[in-house]
Design a protein. Structure first.
Length: 366
């Protein structure tokens, strides 16, 4: 009976969210429904994609500050910012928070990293999370994120944009700088197959959310009863350095033609100018495993060199604080071509800590 009442309460709360998506900071926060609660999504397969639900169950909604006027730092980016495939406390963001607490620095980093590399996704996440009042934004980026296709027909991303069609409509009407084209294209693509069923898609996401919550409760109970049983390991696609460069170059040219046209850096610069929110752009590490004319299994070497140069020049022209650690790690520090090992995460954390220590006084964190 108690379990049925809890489920009924979840349905009522979620129904309220489906009925009204507020533009103001959330007044209704939900208990964390997803494991590794300081993160936005699950460690493995991402099932809940509706940001309205994800933000309300995340600590960005319900966390009480350690001290008054604690600086709220929102870290956005792909699965590398998330810290995949490691537990939160071994991720760079988790380690940075440990550093801030040890040193008594009144700041906290909220990990809003989200699987899949696509800066249009990051632009949507950022626009929606602004209601939760960040003081500082850390944007982790790799060249993978600068895919220049919209809509991008990768199924998980299709489902993500479909699940957030209300947000797509808002951004198509008032797009961030340089993102008018992709959001207009997404709006047009959703006109017949998604927009008429947007509320229904929200209800389906609510059902998925409740099932995830029930499964997480079962996992927690199992761990308490049988602490020796190991947790499930997320799937890692093992990318070996014995790839062939020509297919890599062909695929890159298909997905990244004119990749400079859409720019999160322009969005962040405008946001800082309009709101005073501080910004740090981080060119995140990737493995250097060259074959022929390729930098690694993802990029032609010449294209990657152009990207590194463009990022530095763009950040400088917009006067955005910039941390370039793309070549910080050796291949041994990666579990694949982009995701650092535990030792690699520690090295990234050291660089982030030093940069934040430098920038936080200017943002009022001390």
């Amino acid at each position: 009976m108690q379990r049925s009442s809890a489920l009924l309460l979840w349905f009522v709360l979620v129904g309220l969210l489906v009925a009204a998506q507020s533009a103001a900071r959330a007044e209704i926060c939900l208990p964390p429904a997803i494991g590794d609660r300081p993160r936005l999504t699950e460690l493995g397969k991402t099932q809940v994609l509706w940001l309205e639900l994800l933000f309300r169950q995340h600590e960005v909604c319900w966390r009480a500050p350690r001290v008054p006027d604690e600086t709220r730092i929102f870290a956005i980016g792909n699965s590398t910012t998330f810290g995949f495939p490691l537990p939160y406390d071994q991720s760079a963001i988790g380690l940075v928070n440990q550093h801030l607490e040890r040193r008594g620095i009144p700041a906290h980093v909220f990990n809003l990293g989200f699987a899949y590399t696509y800066q249009v996704k990051e632009a949507l996440i950022l626009s929606e999370v602004l209601a939760y009042e960040p003081d500082f934004i850390v944007y982790g980026v790799t060249l993978d994120d600068l895919i220049h296709i919209a809509p991008f027909r990768y199924r998980p991303l299709v489902e993500f944009f479909n699940s957030n069609s209300f947000a797509v409509e808002r951004l198509a009407a008032n797009p961030p700088p340089t993102f008018e084209e992709p959001f207009r294209r997404y709006l047009d693509a959703q006109a017949d197959d998604v927009r008429p069923y947007a509320a229904w898609l929200g209800l389906r996401q609510a059902g998925t959310f409740i099932r995830v919550r029930a499964r997480q409760t079962a996992k927690t109970l199992r761990k308490r009863l049988f602490p020796g049983v190991p947790d499930e390991k997320p799937e890692i696609l093992d990318t070996k350095p014995d790839y062939r460069c020509k297919p890599v170059a062909r695929e890159f040219n298909k997905t990244h033609e004119n990749w400079q046209a859409w720019s999160m850096l322009d969005y962040l610069a405008e946001l800082r100018a309009e709101t005073g929110i501080e910004v740090l752009v981080v060119n995140w590490p990737v493995a250097h495993e060259p074959q022929g004319r390729c930098y690694n299994v993802r990029y032609p070497a010449a294209a990657f060199a152009d990207y590194v140069s463009w990022m530095e020049d763009k950040a400088e022209s917009l006067k955005l604080p910039y941390l370039d650690i793309h070549d910080l790690l050796a291949p041994v520090d990666f579990v694949d071509s982009v995701h650092p090992t535990a030792s690699g995460q520690r090295k990234v954390a050291v660089e982030l800590e030093a940069k934040l220590d430098e920038l936080l006084p200017a943002s009022g964190a001390r």
